[in-house]
Design a protein around this ligand. Sequence first.
Ligand code: R5P
Length: 291
Amino acid sequence: MNKQIIFNLGHENLAQALVQAKGLSSGSYTYHRFPDGESFIQVESDCTDKQAIIVANLHHPDDKLLPLAFLADAIRSRGATSVVLIAPYLPYMRQDKQFHPGECVTSRIFAEHLSKIVDRLITVDPHLHRYHSLDELYTIPSQVLSAMDDIAEWVRANILHPLIIGPDSESEQWARTTAEKIGCTYLILEKHRYGDRDVEVDMPDLSEYANHTPVLVDDIISTGRTMLETAENLKKMGLKAPVCIGVHGVFGEDDYSKIKGSYVNKVLTCDSIPHESNAIMLKELISNALV
Ligand code: R5P
């Protein structure tokens, strides 16, 4: 008998892909939102002696954390021995420090809550900047996967003379790794952020790369201003329009259309968050991590 059962929480394609790849059973539950905004959850599947795996899209986490907690609890009430969370995009990783008095270090509080809800966490390229490991935040065991092999493979297959660019110092871990896997040159730029949609990116002289295709690599594309500002600078320098790659396409409002309408060749993301920009699929990476 198969001892794992998969539940989908907003990540249907990935959950289904894992069910098929691993030959697992698919968990079923009813979710209802009452007119007052509160949630009702009932798990129909028997989970006796099984490890339950919740595949969740935690983009817009404030709306997702409570349903996740309710689902995990209901799964346990059906006899699951443990609950594993696959959250390819791990939110609330960027406020990793109190910059001003009174600010909540949301990464820590979010981690504390999530650690009480599930028994184990699997995620992809979390934004580890001032923290070096999820163990500094999470009290449950966690497994960090990286999409860099998949991103490097995409670049190798699609771009002739890539110049990998990390648009800020925080992106170095992703840009450098991608370039090393491809065996091409990379540069890391310096970014100054003045507000959510107000950034400046300093550019060195790039005239020697006029024949290259700039490929901007970052973990998160949110407002897209980091990519957009860098692309505009490349245009001023007479370089080719860049390909912009983010592991996680967080995009708010009309940010995706704005960035697509700027001086860019292509904007693509991994399917850690389902979005029309998804071009790099993570099912194999995640399925291989499931034992
Ligand atoms: C920085 O913390 C991240 O690595 C990204 O550079 C950042 O989230 C991008 O934000 P935006 O798309 O809003 O410029």
